[in-house]
Design a protein around this ligand. Structure first.
Ligand code: F6P
Length: 355
């Protein structure tokens, strides 16, 4: 059998651990197997590029951040648009066949899974793997890369806490997550944030100001607010993302965090600062949890492929590794439930959500 592997979308820790586990499983269990890497995600498949993945390529990469295959973002909406006589989807299917692949492993997030479902519907044998620091892939309890990002963000908040305390400041820490607030929620709780603002729970600036003033009035010397980059003001919910960006740019503010920091300082009178964690959360060595999860998912996905099970993506359900049909999960997101267990718990210990 000939297997291809690609990594697509924003990178995260654990991609190399998955690649290694897929290759090790195949090496140990499939006779006369050939494995190729496809560079730059779907970009490489569109261009028809591949290279052999040999033992020396996939040993010693378990703990390495990033992806040895490189990655790129390829917008889903462009996949079926005809350009110079054929669409990107058609070119990918042609190249899949020309390369003589029996199976393609696609390591990626929600967008990657949508394209993987298309490829599968066009007759390519695809097995997906759930990657993202956002933890928003439908049908899996957890994605690889998420826990490492939680560790990074938690440590960052811990560090900011000491400087917040020294100065008696309100500190806003902007954490990645455009549609989903999982990372902000988990890191915020783990680091003892006073308030957590996430896209799923639109907030009111008035409520945030009241909360900070009340806490300080009750003797709290500083305030820590974890803000997801995709957090929205209740008054902005009616706007599309592009319209929100336009309105903020018009006001001279690039992000909701910046807006909130300025308003908070002005209205509460307490010095307020913000820090954007950004790509720190995607880089570096995977934590032990992600190394184990990535290895289990990679081995399991290779086992599915070797047994001829395609059109699926590996997933975690409880403590079990399982799979979902790509067509069942494509286009769906797993978001934080505003009235779910974890939010209710956070509220029960006094964490504010700006509502
Ligand atoms: O991969 C997920 C993610 O890190 C999001 O949390 C973030 O909004 C986005 O990717 C950033 O994307 P890019 O790498 O294209 O700037």
């Amino acid at each position: 059998m000939k297997f291809g592997i690609l990594t697509s979308g924003g990178d995260c820790s654990g991609l190399n651990a998955v690649i290694r586990a897929i290759c090790l499983y195949i090496e140990q269990n499939v006779k006369n197997a050939e494995i190729v890497g496809i560079p730059d995600g779907y970009g490489g498949l569109i261009r028809g590029e591949s290279f052999p993945l040999k033992q020396e390529d996939f040993s010693d990469i378990l703990d390495r951040g990033g992806t040895i295959l490189r990655t790129s973002r390829q917008p889903f909406k462009m996949m079926t648009v005809a350009e110079n006589g054929s669409s990107r989807l058609q070119r990918m299917c042609e190249n899949y066949r020309r390369m003589g692949l029996d199976c393609l492993f696609t390591l990626g997030g929600a967008g990657t899974h949508k394209t993987a479902a298309l490829l599968s519907m066009e007759g390519c044998n695809v097995v997906g793997l759930p990657k993202t620091i956002d933890n928003d892939i439908y049908g899996t309890d957890v994605t690889f890369g998420f826990q490492t990002a939680v560790e990074v963000a938690t440590e960052a908040i811990d560090r900011i806490r000491t400087t917040a305390a020294s100065h008696g400041r309100t500190m806003l820490i902007e954490i990645m997550g455009n549609k989903a607030g999982w990372l902000t929620l988990h890191a915020g709780i783990a680091a003892g944030a006073d308030m957590i603002l996430i896209p799923e729970i639109p907030f009111s600036v008035d409520r945030v100001c009241d909360f900070v003033a009340a806490q300080r009035g009750a003797g709290k010397a500083y305030t820590i607010i974890a803000v997801a980059e995709g957090a929205v003001l209740a008054s902005e919910v009616k706007f599309k993302k592009s319209e929100r960006v336009f309105v903020r740019t018009e006001r001279g503010e690039s992000t909701v965090t910046q807006h909130l920091a300025e308003v908070l300082q002005e209205r509460t009178g307490y010095e307020t600062r913000s820090s954007v964690l950004g790509y720190l959360q995607r880089g570096g060595t995977p934590c032990a949890f992600d190394r184990l999860l990535s290895s289990r998912l990679g081995g399991y996905a290779a086992q599915l492929a070797a047994s001829g099970k395609f059109g699926v993506t590996a997933a975690v359900a409880g403590n079990r590794i399982t799979f979902n049909a790509l067509t069942e999960i494509a286009g769906k997101y797993k978001l934080v439930a505003p009235d779910g267990d974890i939010v209710r718990f956070a509220k029960s210990i006094g964490i504010g959500f700006g509502v």
